[in-house]
Design a protein around this ligand. Structure first.
Ligand code: NAD
Length: 334
């Protein structure tokens, strides 16, 4: 039995969390849930978007499942997602993209995973105006050997643990010879330790084209923060959009946080019609992570079967089922 901090989140978060908890339990997942607040709901309840009790709970369990959190644009509090990433040094963002029968998309043969470095690069936050009149600004991309080593090693370990055959390192080292060169050289060194996994590298622009012309050529992609940010949304688009995309965030000391990629869907919140697929698939990744693979596989099987049947698909995918009917179908198909 593993204890998981469950942050239900805002908007549709409580609805898709309740559905996911039901499905995980039916799939035989041996998890106990410790509920914790974050986001707009936590501001209303505790006056704080990320209460200390929530941080303590994640520290204790080193494992969290998180629904979407509302982030105010412009002013207001800082993104809780960013704070959590920094607090737990969640350096690897893992985004699988797999074609799902029944989910409308342009491709039928995508099955890849992007491992994105999540703490460095242009997003390290080193930015300034060059002149007092603010006519020019500079942002600095920081790439370190330490940061590169840990994320590339994670990508290889993930490939090995999930029976994947190849890691492709994506970069722009032909132009950014030092920063991206360091990432590429580090990858080449680490690849030598994994003779069972094929390794190649590709320039990011060529990767963007190949992803849309031949997505089946990719297996695991490891890349830096900015390229990973863009390419992981691109690959979500290959399989039908963010609504069905799961993710994990892996940090030091084995911290791991699993989350749906979509937002709080305020337009449909409280109506009982949200699609819980992305959070359920994130929970399946969590089950894999804690070595409850059978339960993870069962949950994925149930979700894919429910999506494969037009009768049990939710409205966002052109179906008529509500959250409960979809979840019932997942559980029938486990
Ligand atoms: P959104 O993903 O919430 O919604 C975009 C559209 O997709 C809406 O029409 C919505 O109804 C639909 N949709 C999204 N998820 C769905 C689901 N599971 N089932 C059915 N339909 C679904 O994006 P947005 O409107 O740009 O953002 C709303 C809020 O969510 C903002 O406050 C934003 O900051 C936040 N957000 C949070 C996260 C996160 O916590 N990971 C990610 C993205 C956005």
């Amino acid at each position: 039995m593993r204890t998981v901090t469950l942050i239900e989140g805002d908007g549709i978060g409580p609805e898709i969390s309740a559905a996911t908890v039901r499905a995980v339990e039916a799939a035989g997942g041996k998890l106990t849930w410790e509920r914790a607040d974050a986001g707009a709901g936590a501001v209303a309840k505790h006056g704080d978007p990320l209460p200390q009790a929530t941080i303590d709970s994640i520290k204790r369990n080193a494992l969290a499942l998180k629904g979407p959190l509302a982030t105010p644009s412009g002013g207001g509090y800082r993104s809780v997602n960013v704070t959590l990433r920094q607090q737990f040094d969640l350096y690897a963002n893992v985004r699988p993209a797999k074609t799902i029968a029944g989910v409308p998309s342009r491709y039928t043969n995508v099955d890849l995973v992007i491992v994105r470095e999540n703490t460095e690069d242009l997003y390290a936050g080193v930015e300034h105006y060059v002149d007092p009149r603010r006519t020019a600004a500079e942002s600095i991309a920081i790439i370190t050997r330490f940061g590169s080593e840990r994320v590339i090693t994670y990508a290889f370990e993930y490939a090995r643990a999930h029976g994947r055959k190849k890691v492709t390192l994506v970069h722009k080292a032909n132009i950014l010879k030092m920063s991206n060169g360091l990432f590429l050289d580090t990858g080449k060194e680490i690849a030598k330790k994994y003779p069972d996994i094929a390794f190649d590298d590709m320039i990011v622009d060529a990767t963007a084209m190949k992803l849309v012309t031949q997505p089946e050529r990719f297996d695991v992609i490891v890349t830096m923060n900015l390229f990973g940010d863009i390419l992981s949304d691109l690959t979500a688009g290959l399989i039908g959009g963010l609504g069905v995309a799961p993710a994990s965030n892996i940090g030091n000391d084995n911290y791991a946080m699993f989350e749906a990629v979509h937002g709080t869907a305020p337009d449909i919140a409280g109506k009982g019609i949200a699609n819980p697929t992305a959070l359920m698939l994130s929970a399946a990744m969590l089950l894999d992570h804690v070595d409850q693979r059978d339960a993870g596989d069962r949950l994925r099987k149930g979700v894919y079967a429910a999506l494969g049947n037009a009768e049990t698909r939710t409205g966002d995918l052109g179906g008529k089922a509500n959250t409960q009917a979809f979840t019932d179908a997942v559980i029938r198909n486990l």
